[in-house]
Design a protein. Structure first.
Lengths: 134, 565
């Protein structure tokens, strides 16, 4: 047992604690990042599948993330139709998204990025069930 | 009784030994002087006995116990180093009171009574209200001695406490040490160059070149070295090597050291030590940290220049940030959504929006990063010299029983007060003047954590470096890297960014703050001008918290390790 006045910190303990902190940081960041997407349990929509045959996806629920490109149509009672640019496989796909009137409180602006939970309706249009800024 | 058995100390295999095969013993109620030319190993021997330097071979026994197996309880050892271990801004009485509270459990009344007794013993009563910083050399040595005496140590080691004093002060301190050796079976060992007052010592130990040349009665000293006066010993020692002196001393037949007086003294010393062990206990960790904190606050407030500079920093830095947006953040014009407009109009709209994005986005991102960097600077200023500045005192207090964790807790609470004030005022002032939107509390937290984490990391640097200059430079590196490696102004290449960002607190605070603007157009404008990805709020705060905790843990290890000079 060494004397009190010449205590040393073993290097292994020092490096061990730094590694432990790195591990904690990485694990925490991973779970927090995963948890930050409220639609993480919803399948991601593949634009290629959608454009190949949108009807085959009718009734399904997906998540998409994209940049608002333009307003295409507007009806105060029903809602607004936008084009949204979704990037997938290094390609940007313009897709139609309908925001029902019940979601009118969200202020959608051009060039802003949004993440939405969408349902493919009978006409093959993506109808937002929930939407939030990304 | 202190027994040194074949003590040797060698720092490196190629270096010559600092102490060689040194054996000596000192009974209780004894005043011994350790003499020798400069560099002969006198102070080193004292440090080995105190446990500050680990001897490479041999054994040290105190009251029959091998100190390698069972170290001396902190209150039994008094060690007065060559440097002053007093706080210059505190009075004599405050130095003694705080020192005593860190070393022993007891009510405020008990501690005060003990401090009064010690001041009386050491003749410091008339100086009790005088600041340590204005004491003379002799008075300062008295104070250092008095601080050791509050726990009534059985073994008192004094390193050159009489050096550099005028003859009167030297005589007074020597007499004081001699009287202390007559109390309670105490052993006092004094390292000195001085050959005056030889009659005051019970024994003289002479070292030369790390070897023991003599350790016996002072009256036989001149005979042994065949000199007329003690002053002639030093030139005589140079006449032959240390090894030859040691061989000569070992070969000399010595009288049996155990006498009835020694045995009685030893028994008395052991009995008193056991009694004291029962009555004197170390204060709890919380009590030590409260004492440490109260002393730190007092020292801080006693330095008006320091208080003024801290306050200036607190007020001026946020004011500098607001210079760039003292009229508030500009309003943001949205792009036209309709696709009915002509191509030319759409292009014009897009161009106007791009110009606006660049101007407003850069302003918001820059103001955020500006606040973060200034907070990082304040954090580094808080702690870069906090440990290293008083490291010798910390080491001395650890030897006397202060737990590193207690000092860290006290330090942490003190620095937290500064960090809260700095982050709080920066958030409030800049937000109020520049009219930043978003949740106030959510904006305060990343700023609080970045100031805290840089403070903690600089504290760690301070605890691992060996000089204030090194600590300042290390902290400068840490803060200096924050801006370029955060990617907030110029994006780093993807690979490099991913590699460096985890370590850059400023990036996480910048991201965390900008996330609070997510519901505003400012956030989109910043995103449109920066290629550096913004981390989510939760991840940003988590990483900042990890930085802060890592800084504190590294500081604990840094403070715990021994760093005697």
């Amino acid at each position: 047992m060494s004397r009190r006045a010449h205590q040393k910190t073993p290097r292994s303990l020092l490096f061990g604690s730094v590694l432990l902190f790195i591990g904690f940081a990485a694990a925490g960041a991973y779970f927090l990042q995963k948890g930050s997407n409220p639609y993480r349990t919803v399948e991601q929509l593949k634009p290629a599948d959608y454009f190949e045959n949108a009807n085959s996806l009718r009734g399904n629920v997906y998540q998409i993330e994209g940049v608002i490109l333009n307003a295409l149509a507007q009806n105060p009672e029903k809602g607004r139709l936008f084009s949204i640019g979704v990037t997938s496989d290094s390609k940007k796909w313009p897709m139609p998204i309908f925001i029902p009137a019940k979601l009118r409180q969200i202020n959608l602006q051009k060039n802003q990025t949004y993440r939405a939970k969408v349902r493919v309706d009978d006409a093959g249009i993506l109808v937002a069930e929930e939407i939030q800024k990304s | 009784m202190l027994v040194l058995q074949s003590i040797a100390l060698q720092l490196g295999e190629l270096e010559s030994p600092l102490l060689s095969n040194l054996s000596a013993w000192y009974p209780a109620s004894h005043f011994g002087a350790i003499l020798g030319p400069s560099g002969c190993g006198k102070s080193t021997l004292l440090k080995v006995i105190a446990g500050i330097l680990p001897h490479t071979s041999g054994s040290i026994f105190w009251q029959g116990k091998n100190l390698e197996n069972e170290d001396l309880p902190a209150h039994q050892l008094g060690y007065v180093p060559q440097f002053s271990c007093t706080q210059p801004r505190l009075s004599v009485q405050e130095n003694l009171l705080y020192g005593a509270r860190l070393r022993q459990k007891g009510t405020a009344q008990e501690i005060e009574t003990r401090v009064d007794q010690v001041m009386e013993e050491t003749g410091l009563q008339d100086l009790q209200d005088r600041r340590a910083g204005v004491l003379s050399g002799g008075q300062l040595r008295r104070l250092s001695l008095a601080m050791e005496l509050t726990t009534r140590p059985s073994l008192l080691l004094a390193d050159e406490v009489t050096s550099g004093l005028d003859p009167k002060s030297e005589e007074e301190i020597t007499e004081l040490l001699a009287s202390l050796a007559r109390e309670q079976g105490r052993l006092v060992l004094l390292v000195t160059h001085s050959l005056r007052y030889m009659e005051a010592y019970d024994s003289i130990t002479v070292l030369t070149d790390g070897h023991l040349a003599y350790s016996a009665d002072p009256r036989d000293l001149t005979n042994y070295f065949r000199v007329k006066s003690p002053e002639a010993i030093y030139p005589t020692l140079a006449a032959q090597s240390g090894k030859e002196w040691a061989d000569q001393w070992i070969a000399l037949p010595k009288p049996e050291g155990i006498t009835p007086e020694n045995i009685l003294g030893e028994m008395e010393s052991i009995l008193i030590s056991k009694e004291k062990e029962q009555s004197l206990q170390l204060p709890s960790l919380l009590s030590q940290s409260t004492t440490w904190l109260s002393r730190r606050i007092k020292i801080f407030l006693r330095d008006p220049a320091q208080v003024f500079l801290q306050l200036s920093l607190l007020l001026v830095f946020p004011a500098v940030v607001t210079l760039f947006a003292y009229r508030g953040l500009p309003e943001v014009r949205n792009m036209t959504m309709s696709s009915d407009t002509g191509v030319l109009e759409q292009l014009r709209d897009s161009l106007a929006f791009t110009i606006q994005s660049s101007r407003v986005g850069t302003l918001v991102s820059g103001l955020t990063m500006f606040q973060v960097i200034l907070l990082a600077l304040m954090g580094s200023n808080n702690s870069a010299r906090e440990v290293i500045g008083d490291r010798p005192i910390l080491e001395k207090e650890k030897l006397a029983g202060l737990r590193p964790g207690a000092a860290l807790l006290g330090m942490g609470i003190f620095l937290s007060l500064l960090v809260f004030a700095q982050a709080g005022w920066m958030t409030l002032f800049v937000r109020a003047v520049c009219q930043f939107p978003g949740d106030l509390e959510a904006q305060f937290i990343p700023f609080l954590l970045v100031t805290g984490s840089i403070t903690a990391l600089c504290l760690a640097i301070s605890s691992w470096t060996s000089s204030s200059e090194q600590a300042s430079l290390g902290s400068l590196y840490l803060v200096g890297f924050q801006l370029p490696l955060s990617g907030a102004i110029i994006a780093l290449p993807d690979f490099l960014g991913a590699l460096t960002r985890p370590w850059i607190s400023a990036y996480w605070a910048w991201s965390g703050y900008l996330q609070t603007l997510k519901d505003t157009r400012f956030y989109d404008l910043v995103k449109s001008i920066t290629e550096t990805p913004l981390a989510s709020s939760g991840v940003s705060l988590w990483i900042l918290l990890i930085h802060l905790l890592m800084g504190l843990v590294l500081t604990y290890f840094g403070m715990r390790r021994s760093q005697w000079r």
